[in-house]
Design a protein around this ligand. Sequence first.
Ligand code: ADP
Ligand code: MG
Length: 316
Amino acid sequence: MGEFQLIEWIRQQLDEDDPDLSLGIGDDAAVLNLPADRELVITTDTLNSEVHFNSETSPPDLGYKALAVSLSDLAAMGARPKWVLLSVSMPAEDRLWFEAFVRGFLELASNIGVTLIGGDTCSGVLSVTVTALGLVRPGQALTRTGARAGDLVVVSGHLGDAALALFEQQGGETRDEICFQALHRPVPRIALGLSLVGKATSCIDISDGLWADLGHIAQQSGCGAIIEVARLPAGSALYEQQESKRWQLQLTGGEDYELCFTIPPQQKSSLQELSTELEIELTVIGKIVAGRGVQCVRPNGQLVELEHRGYKHFEH
Ligand code: ADP
Ligand code: MG
């Protein structure tokens, strides 16, 4: 068994019915048949062992999540995902591990309808990189730069579940199943991203924590934001925590892979309709203001102060 048998095994798992793929896995590179009236949106993300996951992460969960985090970036751009590349570095050839890992990856790929068109398989430290390609109408990609004072700040789903699961895992505590799923099987909000095209003034996916990620929108749009922490959407496991811990997890925990976006206030009524249609909770948590930075306000009007505002590599 070697690299080439592993690649051949992957190829056998794929359905070959993508009319927009001129040449898939097996040559030196893939060839895509791009529609003339679309822009290509490309993103890549790496998950490293002991940084992004550890031995607690099962192979299929790792495969699933490696794809989910890249698709989440396409969702945040309002792109329709089309193709993905999968690069795997692993210390030793472990066929069972590899097949379980790829099955998790392909499970999500088939749910979303993206085609695996290539990648790389090599030996080294355990690390997974997924590159995802999607399409948008020209000039329609959702960016971080369009938020304006007066816009409402909205998030999808619940915040803090994944962070709570990670916290529990690190402390060896009992696990809440919903939080465990949120950490290991985040659902990329593709349909929501597509629906926000032409509606949202800015959008980002929450990977490093709401405070940091909304901070990117604020900074890149040249404005500030005010968040009312009492409005942050949470599930029952989060409500069992003390308020200060709940807010810390929800504001800075990261790994939510929900979308945070801004809409002009006149669009507020369309949120309910969208939420019903997509069966996704959409919560207005604050607004964009003139100024700089993101302020988080308690119900009594006091500002929330936290030790750190989100995950940053190279700062630990
Ligand atoms: P080269 O050495 O020319 O880069 P490789 O042997 O790395 O070729 O890859 C052969 C083919 O298999 C290419 O089409 C590549 O994209 C594909 N491939 C390699 N690894 C993977 C993988 N993990 N998932 C999907 N396709 C892969
Ligand atoms: Mg190669």
